[in-house]
Each structure stands twice: as structure tokens, then as C-alpha cells.
Design a protein around this ligand. Structure first.
Ligand SMILES: [Zn+2]
Length: 126
């Protein structure tokens, strides 16, 4: 994780890893809980002993919505909150099925895709 340690802030480290095709989140060295959104202080115990790791990528849809858009603009798409097996929740989008078919509890696997050179976290149904 050297590239993650050489940048200025945790948010930038997170995006740089995504840009390189990897999802990383933080874990607290004091209370051992997973942490997301990237930050410098543990929201659970207040320690400043966070380190990066790659989660397994398995999770389920915690919350979901369909964003309506005209066909000319690309059609409807899903926006969701995914809860990973490690216990953190991330904003994402389920791809590969109609957005209307994504329901709370759907088991998904995370995937990093590149759009215009930037890494983006999406999910596929397991
Ligand atoms: Zn902690």
C-alpha cells in the first residue's frame, strides 16, 4: 500500500486505489472495526490508528433507488448503498440488471470499473 501512504489525505488515497483498479477501506488498529468513508480518526473509538486493507468485496444492497433518465441520456440507472461483509456501507450502483429489479437484500459483489480514467465502484449481482 505504498501509494496510499504517500498521498496527502485518506480521501485521495482511496480514489487513487480505485483509479488503479482496487477497492480499499480502513480498519482501526485499536478497536479492530472497519471504517468507511476514508478518514484519519476512527469514528467508533476516536483512535488515530487506521490502516488500509482490501475487503473481500461481498455484500448486500442496504438501500436502493432508480434514477429516471431519458433514453437519449442513457436510460434509467440504479443508485444504492451496499453493506459489505466487513460492516461498512458504501454508495454504489448495481450493474448488469434492470434498475427496477434491484431490491434491498440483493447479494452483490463489488467491482472497480474505469470511466474517463477514474476508478468507480460498482456492483454485480452474485
Ligand atoms: Zn477504533
Amino acid at each position: 500500500m505504498n501509494e496510499a501512504q504517500q498521498v496527502s489525505g485518506p480521501e485521495e488515497a482511496y480514489q487513487r486505489a480505485l483509479d488503479a483498479g482496487r477497492l480499499i477501506i480502513q480498519r482501526c488498529g485499536e478497536c479492530d472495526r472497519s471504517v468507511f468513508y476514508p478518514r484519519t480518526i476512527c469514528p467508533h473509538c476516536g483512535a488515530n490508528n487506521l490502516s488500509w486493507f482490501s475487503p473481500m468485496g461481498d455484500g448486500h444492497v442496504y438501500s436502493t433507488t432508480t434514477v429516471r433518465r431519458s433514453q437519449e441520456d442513457g436510460g434509467d440507472y440504479n443508485v444504492c448503498i451496499v453493506e459489505l461483509a466487513e460492516g461498512v456501507r458504501l454508495m454504489s450502483s448495481v450493474r448488469g440488471i434492470s434498475p427496477d429489479r434491484v431490491i434491498i437484500g440483493t447479494k452483490v459483489r463489488t467491482k472497480v470499473v474505469k470511466i474517463d480514467g477514474k476508478g468507480l465502484l460498482v456492483c454485480e449481482v452474485k
